[in-house]
Design a binder for this molecule. Sequence first.
Ligand code: MSK
Length: 671
Amino acid sequence: MKNKKFENRKKTIEELYNSLKDEVLTAPKRVIKRGVTPCLFGKGGTCCRICNMGPCQVVEGVEDLKGICGASSATVTARNFARMVVGGASAHSDHGRDIALAFYETVHGDSQFEVRDKRKLRVIAHALGIDPSLSEKDILYKIAEIALECFGQMEGELAFGHRAPQPLQEKWRKYGVFPRGVDKEIVELLHRTSTGIDQDYKKILLAAARCSLADGWGGSMIASELQDFLLGNPQPIKAKVNIGLSVIKPDMINVAVHGHDPLLADALSIAASDPEIIAEAQKVGAKGINLAGVCCTGNEVLMRKGIPVAGSFLQQEVVIATGAIEVIVVDIQCIMQNIVEIAKNFHTEVITTNDRAMLEGATHIPFDHKKPLDSAKEILKRAIARYPLRDPNKVRIPDNTIDVIAGFSTEAIMYMLGGRFRASFKPLNENVINGKILGVAAIVGCDNYRVDESLQVEIAKELIANNVLVLTTGCSAIAMGVAGLLSPEAIELAGPGLREVLEAIGAPPVLHMGSCVDNSRILIATTEIVHTGGLGDDIYQLPAVGAAPEWMSEKAISIGMYFVSSGVQVVFGPDFPTEKSKEVTDFLFYEIENYFGGSWRIARNANEFVNIMMDRINQQRIKLGIDKPKPRILYDMAMRRALEEPKYITPFHGLGCFGWRLKTEKLDKAA
Ligand code: MSK
C-alpha cells in the first residue's frame, strides 16, 4: 500500500527520506507499515475509555451495545469530542499563560524582555475597559493584571470576550456559554466529561463551546496580543520557505526552532548576532549562526523577523535528515517523539526547553523567561560544539526554496487597505458588497501524513480563482508558502475581481496571518469587518467560511469549535471525530447553527471542500442581498456626509490602525 502524501511530496523531500537507512522508521513509513484503517470506534467517537469497566465500544441504536453503565453513543461521542476541545484549549491557553507571565514580569522590570511595540496599547486598554487617562506604564500594569486574571477568574465574563460583536455576546449569554475564566472552563469540562457526571449530550457540547471560546477569545487571544507587545506586531515581510540552501546554510551553524512559543526563538535570533557568539562560531570554522523555523515557532519568527521556515509539522523529520542541523530546539506542542530517533543518525542534538515537553534522549536546557538571552546563548554554544561533528558525506540540502510574503496581522491588513491614517476594512467591505471579492475563507490548521492530497493548496487555488480572499495560519500557511501562494506572483491565479483589488493594495491572494494561536487574529478581523458595516451585524452573517482540511491535533478541534460558536461555518476533513453518532453529528452540523449561526461540515476531497465553502459564501451573500450586481448609486453631498458622519467608537478605527477613530456610519444604511 502506498501513501500518496509521501508520493506527492517534492522529489527532494522524498530523496531526503530515502537517504535515511531502511531501518530508520519515519512517520510516512509508519503510515505505510500500519496500512489498515484506524479503529472505527476510536475514529468515529464511540469508544469510551473513561473508566475501568471498559473500554466500551458502543453502537448507536443498539441497546445491548451501550456502555456498561448505560452510556449512549451520543453521550460517549459528545464526551470524547469535548475532551478533544479541552485538550486543544488547554494547550493554547497554557501557552497564553506563559506569555501573560512573561509580560507581567517584563512590565514590572523583572525580565530581560522589553515591551517593544506599544502601538496597540490604547486599543487593548479600550477593549479591556481600562481607564484611557492612565499613564502608559499604568495601562501596561493593568493589561498584565487583567490578562493573568483571565486564567484564574471563576465567575463573571472573560474580559477579552467583550471584543466580540454585541449580538454574538448576547447569544453567548442567552445560551450560558460566555466563558467565565480560562482555567474554570477547562477544569469544569474535564469534570463534566468524567465518569458519571454530565450525560446530556447537548449540554456537554454547549460546555465544549464555552471551553473553546475561552481558548479563542481567551488563551489564544492573550498569547497573540501580548506577543505583539513583547515582540512586535507582525507586518508584511519577505522571507524564504522550504528545505533548501538559502534556509539551511552549509557554511553556517544551523539551529532549527520548532514548537509554538516564540519567546525563546526571538532570544536565539538576538543571541545569534552577539559578537561573542559569532566569534565562537568562527573559531570552529563556521561563518555564523543560522536559524531555520519549523511548525508554528517557525511562523512566529517568520512573520516578525523574516527568519526562513524550513517546514511544517510534516517536515520536522526531514529537516534533520539534511544532515546540516546542529541543534533542533523544541519548546511546546506538535513535536514528534521520533525526531530523537532521526537525530541519532546524524550529529544533531535535540534540545528541549520546557519542562512540559520533555523527550527521552534529548538534552534539556530550561528556558528562563527572566533571562532569555542567557538560555539562548547556552543553547547556541552547544550548537557551536556540534558543528565540528557534522559529516559532510551525510549533508543533503536541496535547492528549492521559494519567496513568500508573511506577517499579515489584522492591523497590517487594515493598514494595507486604508493607509496609515484611514486604516480600516472599509475597502474590503466595499469590494465584497460590489462583488469583486465574493467572500473570505480561512484555511488553517495542520497537515497530516494520512491525508492523500495536498488539500489546503488545492482548495486555496480554487477559491482564489473564484474571487475569494484566503487567510491562512499554522502549518497550512507553510504549505501555502511552499506552493507559491504567499508570493505576489500568485496574484495571477486570482479571479479578475480579487486580482483587481489585490493589485491595488499590493498583496498576495493568500494572506499569512501567523501561528495556531493567531487564529484569534481572524476572530478580531471578522469582528472588525462586522463593525466596518454593510455586511450585517454579527459574524455569522458575513460571506466567510473556515476550513482545516488536514487537521490532526486536538487544538484544531478547539479552534474549529470556537469559530463555530462565533458564527462561522467550518469544514473539516477528510473525517470528523463524531461520525459514528448521528445525534451528536446532527447537533454539531445543524442544530448548533440555531444557537450561534455557525456549524461544522465535513468534506472528503478538494472538490467537496470548495463546493461547501462556495455554497456558504453564496448563501450569505443572498441573505445580505448582495448576490446581484447593484445599479450604481450616484452620491450627492448629503449622502457623502452621511458616510463620514461619526457614530460610535470601535477599537481599531482611528489615527492609523493602532489608534482610535470615530466609526463612520454603516455602508448599508448609507446605500
Ligand atoms: S503547528 S496544531 S500541526 S497547525 Fe501550530 Fe501545525 Fe497543527 Fe501543530
